[in-house]
Design a protein around this ligand. Structure first.
Ligand SMILES: O=c1ccn([C@H]2C[C@H](O)[C@@H](COP(=O)(O)OP(=O)(O)OP(=O)(O)O)O2)c(=O)[nH]1
Ligand SMILES: [Mg+2]
Length: 152
């Protein structure tokens, strides 16, 4: 089952010259986003650039969000990851979908127009409200954390 999400094409190359984002395989969790840039863009080591994807989406349903994640090939082989580490797309956001691309590697990397630069995953969301208490019912972990269970 898929969920329909409204999408506005902002760059006419999307859906013509460049494929619209879609799942590459039947079991894919993410759909790749493309760099809608006018010319090749050289990302020098350490540099971050905000790249338009040529589209906006309006998720509308507060029980859904989208996250933007690096593509593993770009991240592992070339050090091309996200400047914000993970992008979060709110269900009420209607602006252009942007990818903050960071070259955390040691060599320059060139992005060509239409390149698949990141992936988008839709996720379910629970909005919480806080109930203020003085004490918690104690759990087995209690305040243990930050490696208190050891390594082996
Ligand atoms: O990689 C990203 C991250 C965010 N956004 C858009 C969608 C998101 O809903 C909005 C705001 O993102 P976020 O809440 O992470 O940023 P902020 O710095 O808190 O901005 P704001 O004050 O607008 O919420 O920006 C993107 O297009 N790409
Ligand atoms: Mg915010």
């Amino acid at each position: 089952m898929t969920q329909a999400i409204q999408l506005k094409i902002l760059d006419p190359r999307l859906g013509t010259d460049f494929d619209l984002p879609d799942y590459a395989t039947q079991g894919a969790a993410g759909m790749d986003l493309r760099a809608c840039i006018d010319a090749p863009l050289e990302l020098a080591p350490g540099v971050t650039n905000l790249i338009p994807t040529g589209m906006s989406i309006y998720i509308a349903d507060p029980s859904l969000a989208a996250v933007l994640l690096p593509r593993s090939g770009l991240g592992h082989k070339h050090g091309i990851v996200l400047g914000n580490l993970t992008g979060l797309i709110d269900s009420d956001y209607q602006g252009p979908l942007m990818v903050s691309l960071w070259n955390r590697g040691q060599a320059s990397f060139t992005i060509e127009p239409g390149d698949r630069i990141a992936q988008m995953v839709f996720v379910p969301i629970v909005q919480a409200s806080f109930e203020i208490v003085e004490d918690f019912d104690s759990s087995a972990r209690a305040a243990g954390g930050f490696g208190h269970t050891g390594v082996k």
